[in-house]
Ligand binder design. Structure first.
Ligand code: AMP
Ligand code: ZN
Length: 472
């Protein structure tokens, strides 16, 4: 089956047709590095990774850019801008150096999260702060074409170069980008009386002259968030490129604006396919958000005994276009399933390869058909369990090339870890297993608490329980 992807531009599942034969160029909007990313953000990058692996499985050579937004749009050191907020929170001075330091710290933590989730490193991870020249180039063209205009720095903190949305008649008219789809969208439009149209947005924001900022021919300031992505994608992938991804919150404003400014400047599309992942929601039904205090990090999950790849497994159980209501119970269930999978795979070691596949990557076939239907990971996971039942080691590994659960390595690690569980913990776990079998759940729960207090976790499967040291 050909690869089909749901394209926000047309709101339909379309066959993927690359711009260049056997090559796919991808851009993913990266995090703003003013804080740790939360587990909701990570869903967007797991989607990016699944997309990349699927394309590779289909025989494409993939060029993948994931940017790091390490510069904000602060107009003053009291502004609501994310990077400015980060500096304030950490008691750092409002300087470009401090902003860069803050960004590097959270970038490192982000890279660590990507690695823990077995997300393959993208080809390039450009830092927005290093592409000011490229931002200016686009803004310059827009000014010359009279599509951008300048607002003086009055009223205070609103001055800058703005994009005139009336000069791009297709603004807000295409497929999923149609305006008015999201109620929240109107709330995001900044009030500024000097703007020509309510939806005009800043390409460059002037900073007060006494503050450090970037130099530009228009005056000192900071690039707008949207222009950074237009500039970095163009630099590394050209224009148009194949696929642009992000979370659904980016559709009405950020991606809409990226499209408008890039197309208006160069007269060709920015990207042919736009993929958007749905939110991870917190129990109250709200979207998890960095600025709210309701966010969970991957580190927090690990501290609670959750393996990062169990979180990956958890995410893959839901299709990327469906919202995911976070729950600890469901996550624990996913972890049990993941360990069971590893356990079963470890048991297959040395078993004869009975698969329909040689142990090398093979294109086509059932697994590819499943994933080619708009990245259907829940169905591929279900299929993986059929392969486990069939003891088809080779096909399991092939499915894992797409799912990225690192089954072979993790199964080996788990088997080794299980050997190294101290006697004391083994005894407690044995007693707990007995209590569980006797349906004495009070005792089994108390024993679980004891085991956890000693730094281990227990996951129950039909074949007994799996014990792990927390944080491994
Ligand atoms: P930001 O740093 O806010 O630009 O977010 C980084 C990525 O995470 C973007 O692709 C967002 O769309 C995505 N994102 C933000 N919040 C959530 C959430 N609660 N669930 C899933 N994705 C999210
Ligand atoms: Zn972006």
């Amino acid at each position: 089956m050909v690869l089909k992807l749901f394209n926000t531009l047309t709101r339909t599942k379309e066959e993927f047709k690359p711009l260049r034969p056997r090559e796919a160029r991808l851009y993913h909007c990266g995090p703003t590095v003013y804080n740790f990313v939360h587990i909701g953000n990570l869903r967007a990058y797991v989607l990016a990774d699944i997309l990349r692996r699927t394309l590779e499985h289909n025989g494409y050579e993939v060029k993948q850019v994931l940017n790091i937004t390490d510069v904000g749009e602060p107009t003053s050191d009291e502004s609501e801008d994310k990077m400015a907020k980060g500096l304030r929170r950490e008691g750092k001075p409002f300087t470009l150096e401090a902003m860069s330091e803050l960004g590097e710290f959270y970038t490192k933590a982000f890279l660590q999260d990507l690695q823990s989730l077995n997300i393959q490193p993208p080809s390039v991870m450009p830092r927005a702060s290093k592409y000011i020249k490229e931002d200016i180039e686009i803004i310059d063209i827009l000014l010359k074409k009279d599509i951008a205009y300048k607002i003086s720095d009055l009223p205070a903190q609103a001055g800058g170069i703005y994009f005139d949305t009336s000069k791009f008649p297709e603004y807000g008219t295409r497929g999923g980008f149609k305006l008015g789809d999201t109620a929240k969208e109107s709330a995001r439009i900044a009030i500024n009386l000097e703007k020509r149209n309510a939806r005009d947005f800043a390409l460059w924001k002037f900073a007060s002259s006494d503050l450090p900022s970037f130099q530009s021919p228009f005056g000192p300031g900071f690039p707008g968030w949207h222009i950074e992505c237009s500039a970095m994608s163009r630099k590394y992938l050209g224009q148009p490129f194949d696929i642009h991804t992000g979370g659904i919150d980016h559709i009405p404003t950020h991606h809409q604006n990226e499209i408008a400014q890039s197309e208006a400047a160069y007269g060709v599309p920015l990207a042919n396919y736009w993929l958007h992942s749905e939110f991870v929601k917190v129990p109250s039904g709200e979207k998890m958000s960095k600025s709210e205090e309701n966010f969970l990090t991957l580190k927090k999950l690990t501290e609670k005994g959750i393996h990062p790849l169990a979180y990956r497994y958890y995410l893959l159980q839901t299709h990327y276009r469906s919202p995911l209501q976070f729950s600890w119970e469901a996550l624990a269930g996913a972890q049990t399933a993941y360990f069971k999978l590893l356990h079963a795979f470890a048991g297959l070691r040395g078993s004869r390869l009975i698969g329909d596949l040689p142990p090398v990557r093979r294109r086509g076939g059932k697994r590819q058909d499943i994933i080619n239907d708009d990245l259907n990971t829940p169905v591929l996971l279900a299929h993986l369990w059929e392969l486990v039942k069939e003891k088809n080691r080779s096909a399991i590994l092939d499915a894992d090339r797409i799912l990225g659960l690192d089954i072979e390595n993790q199964a080996q690690k788990l088997a080794e870890e299980t050997k190294n569980i101290p006697d004391e913990i083994q005894k407690l776990a044995g007693a707990r297993e007995d209590a569980r079998r006797a349906k004495d759940f009070k005792t089994s729960d108390a024993l679980r608490v004891q085991i956890e207090q000693k730094g281990f976790t227990v996951s129950d499967t039909n074949d007994g329980s799996i014990i792990r040291r927390v944080g491994i």
